[in-house]
Design a protein around this ligand. Structure first.
Ligand code: CA
Length: 765
């Protein structure tokens, strides 16, 4: 009996193994709820379950927070108040063009606080393309699936004479109109958080599968009326059905930033009558699987291995949500867009909802490997067209220019794409935008270069000027000038121009203080600002202190090593980042901003993985010939600072950046300075990684003896040849090939630590 049982067990396990081996469904590893257990005070991601297609124009999400609250869905909430079409890239930027639908049963209550219904996570399914929840309080199940611009809802009502669906067109001016004979509602929601022209509007259309018995409108005070149209500050509509037990009402919803006519075009293109709910749902799953299967990771089938796969594919999902396509296709299939810059309807692509300060670091490099063709269209749609339509390259677009963060990182993104051979965009126009940035302040402090005159004249932005975050700006401009230098060479610009950007790329040296070995505010007279407090956040820096920004020399770590007095001193300083206490002086803000709280929770000293400025510095040991220190720290971060549950991030996820960091690092390499074409090697997380490139080639990364303990790189073979460099070259990588890692639980001090093994630095060439 016992033997029989063991045989049966063995049989079941082998079937499981076979299934696992041939699996093509990666959607099952994606958990869109990761990062949603979050709040203003403490970010565990600041995400919401974006039910969407990759780069979709419209996302949908269950809504637990109040209309206008950036924290639209939070994991600990107990009530759902609506199902919202959203375009929010971050709670700090908030939403635009939002509206919602919500079922109710019985007496009509239209406002969020009155119509809300309880739910439990055990009755909730969240997948990238599909969401389902039972609102047990009203015994109604809501399911929806989505396309690029449309959504398909199923409301499964109990038997009731008053099964209602409430449409909420939201505040900040809206309109609603019901067509009872056609089972249709159309509306306009104008809510936004800035960065749009006067004529901005989201035109939405809804078509129900059944006639409704009663319909009417309501206003923001909750006053209901039998009228069939209304316009005002905050309006909505309701429709009531007479339903039998388990009777399903379907609703197809779409929208357009152009017109209602275009919204119907979007609906009919994406949700044709020939396709039912399940067709669209299956199509959504396939669309996601087509993307996610481009990287196949394998691990041992332990909890640890499965958790790592969940983390990996959930991060993959987050990395290809933003930037969103904002363009639409007219009835002839022509790509057109409403310009959030000048309010006109124009031809061509438009992409938005992205903060380059975050995403230039790893999201765009990820696209350069997996999506070169798409990246060209994105460059045209997020750089060239916005520049043509507004006169400025964006730095934070949502949907137009927003005043947020610093830097001039559009230069890095454009230069990287073009230098990596992505040519399907108008680089000459983009370059004009770059030149314009390098000489001018913009209409907002985030656009153009704030402090550009001081930077260009003095070589740094003085601490005693009116320009805040001056050291951070100086450092970021210098890296971006390095990017321009590289691009200018490729574009064969005049020598004088090329030399100018080379010179400016070294301006980071001007804010380095050799006395303290820290980047430090500098006065107009050339003296350093005093007293110096290394752990003071803000002031000369952006969302960080000198502990974080001292490493912001992406293009020239060797130059920084030289400034610090050699690689021993450099390593000592870098070690200190991780070993020193997580103290902070937050007097600049007057309170502990969430990024500080998040750093304190990590137990990694001053290393603040919850925000971007220092996320690359963990790879800096490779430049100082001690790559094993990078390896152990990378694995610590992958294992401890990312999780597979609702609190799974250690700070803001930020439009894919913190996720793309995981993707790269889990594959074993990271783009420290994107424009250099190099990826610095860390410690791969999986036994096997296979990347299918669009050119038909594959990159196979094997780490056969990789375990939770074997975190150190003992040896690497690249296409069967011993490989001792501690970095990979982009052009070599995209030829495909086999990279074999032999891992160990002990550091190999010899691998990758020779002078000739280290990655690019401007000073070394
Ligand atoms: Ca951030």
């Amino acid at each position: 009996m016992k033997n029989k049982f063991i045989f049966l067990l063995y049989f079941i396990l082998s079937i499981n193994f076979l299934v696992a081996d041939n699996e093509t469904d990666y959607v099952k590893y994606v958990n869109p709820l990761i990062g949603t257990d979050t709040s203003f005070e403490l970010s565990n991601g600041n995400t919401y379950p974006a039910i969407a297609r990759p780069w979709g124009m419209n996302f949908w999400t269950p809504q637990t927070g109040k209309m206008g609250d950036g924290w639209g869905y939070t994991y600990k909430a107990e009530h759902i108040v609506g199902f919202k079409q959203t375009h929010q890239p971050s709670p700090w930027i908030n939403d635009y063009g939002a509206f919602s639908v919500m079922p109710s049963v019985g007496e009509l209550k239209v406002l969020e606080q009155d119509r809300r219904a309880k739910f439990k996570h055990s009755n909730e399914i969240a997948e990238p393309h599909f969401y389902s929840v039972l609102l047990d309080e009203i015994n109604t199940k809501v399911e929806f699936t989505v396309t690029d611009r449309s959504s398909f809802f199923k409301f499964n009502f109990p038997k009731s004479q008053k099964a209602n669906i409430i449409v909420d067109a939201f505040f900040k001016n809206s309109e609603i109109k019901i067509y009872p004979d056609e089972n249709k509602i159309i509306g306009i929601s104008k809510n936004n958080s800035g960065g749009v022209p006067e004529n901005f509007a989201n035109y939405f259309v809804i078509k129900f599968s059944r006639p409704f018995k009663v319909s009417g409108v309501w206003n923001g005070k909750g006053k209901v009326s039998p009228k069939q149209s209304l316009e005002g500050k905050h309006v909505g509509a309701y429709v009531t059905f007479d339903t039998q037990e388990n009777q399903i009402v379907e609703a197809k919803i779409s929208s357009s930033f152009i017109s209602h006519e275009q919204a119907w075009v979007n609906l009919n293109r994406e949700l044709p009558d020939s396709k039912n709910f399940n067709d669209i749902k299956n199509e959504g799953r396939k669309t996601w699987n087509d993307e996610l299967s481009k990287i196949k990771v394998e691990s041992d089938n332990t909890d640890y291995g499965i958790s790592n796969k969940t983390k990996f594919y959930s991060c993959f999902y987050r990395t290809i949500l933003f930037p969103r396509q904002f363009h639409e296709y007219d009835e002839n299939g022509k790509q057109i867009h409403y310009s959030p810059y000048n309010g006109k309807i124009l031809d061509g692509p438009l992409y938005t909802d992205n903060g380059f300060w975050d995403t230039f670091r790893a999201v765009f490099p990820f696209y350069s490997i997996l999506y070169p063709e798409k990246l060209g269209e994105i460059m045209q749609g997020i750089m060239v067209n916005p520049y043509l339509e507004s006169g400025w390259l964006p730095e934070w677009s949502s949907p137009g220019h927003r005043d947020c963060m610093i830097g001039s990182n559009s230069a890095s993104i454009i230069a990287e794409a073009y230098i990596k051979g992505i040519k399907n965009f108008d680089v000459e126009t983009a370059y004009q935008g770059i030149l314009n940035n390098s000489e001018n302040e913009g209409p907002l402090s985030s656009v153009g270069r704030k402090g550009v005159k001081e930077y260009n004249d003095l070589g740094y932005i003085p601490f005693d000027s009116s320009i805040n975050e001056n050291v951070a700006r100086t450092l970021e401009y210098a890296y971006n000038d390095y990017s321009i230098w590289e691009l200018a060479k490729v574009l064969k610009r005049p020598k004088k121009e090329i030399d100018l950007f080379k010179k400016r790329a070294e301006y980071y040296k001007n804010v380095f203080d050799p006395e303290t070995n820290f980047m430090r505010g500098k006065l107009k007279n050339g003296e350093f600002q005093s007293p110096f407090v290394a752990d003071a956040w803000g002031g000369a820096f952006t969302e960080g202190s000198s502990w974080h920004y001292t490493w912001s020399v992406l293009h020239d770590p060797q130059g920084l090593i030289n400034l610090m007095g050699g690689r021993k001193k450099f390593v000592e300083k870098l070690d200190e980042v991780f070993s020193t206490e997580a103290t902070s002086d937050f007097s600049y803000y007057g309170f502990k901003i969430h990024e500080i709280v998040e750093m304190e929770l990590l137990n990694m000293g001053q290393y603040a993985h919850g925000n971007q400025p220092i996320q690359h510095a963990i790879y800096f040991y490779n430049y100082a010939q001690e790559p094993w220190k990078t390896q152990e720290k990378i694995r610590y971060v992958l294992n401890n600072l990312y999780g597979d549950e609702a609190d799974g991030y250690c700070g803001d996820e930020d439009n894919g950046q913190t996720s793309a960091w995981f993707l790269f690092s889990a594959m074993g390499f990271y783009p420290v300075a994107p424009v250099t074409m190099q990826y610095v090697i860390g410690s791969p997380l999986f036994n096997s990684i296979e990347i299918s490139l669009p050119n038909g080639k594959n990159i196979k990364i094997k780490g056969g003896n990789n375990t939770k303990e074997n975190i150190y790189v003992n040896d690497v073979r690249y296409n069967d040849i011993k490989y001792s460099k501690n970095w990979l070259d982009h052009n070599e990588l995209i030829k495909g090939g086999n990279i074999e890692f032999k891992m160990s639980n002990q550091p190999n001090y010899n691998w990758g630590s020779g002078e000739k093994d280290i990655p690019y630095s401007m000073s070394k060439k």
